[in-house]
Design a protein around this ligand. Structure first.
Ligand code: ZN
Length: 488
């Protein structure tokens, strides 16, 4: 490698659980991941965002920012400006409750082109600006500097047009997005992004891009593990991890084997969050039925007092009558704290944040005598045990809730966040607006480590790793920028 830096592939395996990856490697089901783990650095506690949900986490991975700055608060949220819910596809049933076309427009177009902070650069935009060749397979965040019209010769063109995919987008130089955007005729199809087909599509596109030397940076999205794990539970992941590994194997083969691949490419393999087992669904709207709650297609939205936004193992609630916010928030948070399955309830109080369990409360704000593991300083008042924190000699040490204060603060300071945010007790999940949940399977979203710790494997990445440990999703954007010699 004289003069030229290695190309870089960032593979995001959705919901990849650290323990399940270790098991898949031990079983021999993931030979490429095993090899990357052996040759590179393998972190098992990379901290996700809160909520630990894909839209929030994907935005952090691609911008290096938390929700307070990237502005994507959750999977489902209330748009105060447009006075409506935004739904990014919690489930097919939830998508139907809000209208399939609207949910698709929000997910494919608005998330990137309207909701994601317009004045902050994604990693694609940073690398595009530096003249590097960027590429991406179907990933929630794709915003770059290159304009792409919807694919004209796709076999799915008619369906895509019926679903209103008629507008151009700004993406990486090479964009392969669920047969809707196809920069080149790679011959790969994802059956419009059908679960179970998507990892294969990514592998096919990756193989084509490597064969034709078409990128310096590739974001390879491998989402099928999340779907599989939702259905069968996180313990079943080795099966879907093996599928993700096959996509990587295909790419390695196109490069001439793993040695040849690593001679020319650095690799980062990571989770966006993990998953934990769901035993008990909770319907928040039922518990809050003394409020007039805004319905997905509400005939009299002006009468609603509260918007409720379930986000799997997290949820947000918005007080819609701003004049009575103080009183209403007090009543709301008291109720939320009493619901079985609600572990933590958080809200802001002036310049401070409050997080409450069933018994204790903790108030906190940045800047103060205590330093956390990431080097951030905090002033706290109340019961540290609420978020399993310990302070000794001015150092804050975490337990069950990784980066608890930093992540709660970022979630609450997102201008689009609800007035109250809740995190579910392990084993519980909030039912979405379509009535769906994953009882008997897996889910994620909470502040608890069971959803929040993910994998980060780096192999051949140049430059100094940024920031103090533990690793956070936010560290990946500066890591990639640093690899290409760009200021982060
Ligand atoms: Zn998921």
């Amino acid at each position: 490698m004289s003069g030229r830096r290695r190309k870089l592939i960032l593979a995001v395996i959705d919901a990849l659980s650290p323990a399940a990856l270790d098991e898949a490697i031990a079983e021999g089901a993931a030979p490429v991941l095993a090899e990357l783990s052996r040759r590179g650095e393998h972190v098992r506690d990379c901290v996700s965002t809160f909520p630990s949900l894909t839209p929030v986490a994907a935005s952090a991975i691609t911008t290096g920012l938390g929700p307070d700055e990237h502005l994507i608060p959750s999977m489902n949220w209330y748009h105060r400006g447009e006075e409506r819910y935004v739904e990014y596809g919690s489930s097919f049933q939830a998508t139907r409750a809000f209208g399939v076309l609207r949910a698709l427009q929000d997910t494919v177009y608005n998330m990137n082109l309207a909701h994601l902070a317009p004045d902050r650069r994604t990693i694609f935009e940073q690398l595009d600006d530096a003249g590097l060749r960027t590429a991406g397979t179907t990933y929630l965040i794709y915003r770059g500097r290159h304009r792409h019209e919807p694919a004209r010769d796709s076999p799915y063109r008619r369906i895509a047009e019926a679903a209103q995919f008629r507008h151009a987008v700004w993406g990486p130089r090479e964009l392969f997005y669920a047969d809707i955007f196809d920069t080149r005729n790679s011959g790969c199809s994802s059956s419009l992004g059908l679960p179970g087909q998507r990892d294969r599509h990514a592998g096919c596109v990756g193989e084509y891009l490597v064969e034709h030397d078409l990128f310096d940076f590739l974001l390879l999205s491998l989402p099928d593990n999340d779907t599989y794990s939702h259905k069968r539970g996180p313990d079943a992941q080795p099966v879907s991890i093996a599928e993700a590994d096959r996509a990587l194997e295909r790419i390695a083969r196109a490069a001439g084997g793993i040695d040849a691949l690593l001679a020319d490419h650095a690799l980062i393999v990571m989770s966006d969050h993990s998953q934990s087992a769901v035993e008990q669904p909770v319907n928040l709207a039922h518990h809050l039925d003394d409020w007039r709650i805004l319905a997905p297609s509400d005939a009299a939205p002006e009468e609603a007092e509260l918007a409720v936004c379930p986000g799997a193992r997290s949820a947000m609630a918005y007080v819609l009558d701003g004049r009575r916010r103080g009183r209403a928030l007090e009543r709301l948070t008291r109720q939320l704290r009493g619901i079985e399955g609600v572990d933590l309830t958080a809200w802001t109080e002036g310049e401070r944040a409050v997080v409450a369990g069933t018994d204790g409360e903790l108030r906190f704000a940045p800047g103060g005598p205590l330093t956390d593991e990431r080097g951030a300083t905090w002033a706290v008042d109340g019961d540290l045990a609420v978020v399993d924190l310990d302070s000794a000699g001015g150092e804050l040490r975490g337990g069950d809730y990784p980066d608890a204060l930093g992540r709660l603060w970022s979630a609450l300071r997102c201008p689009r966040a609800g007035d109250a945010i809740v995190s579910a007790t392990p084993g519980y999940e909030f039912v979405d607006w379509g009535g769906s949940h994953h009882e008997g399977g897996g889910s994620h979203g909470s502040l608890h480590r069971c959803d929040s710790h993910g994998v980060l494997i780096t192999c051949g990445v140049d430059g100094r790793p940024p920031g103090p440990r533990p690793w956070h999703l936010r560290d990946v954007t500066p890591l990639i920028a640093g690899h290409f010699g760009l200021p982060s």
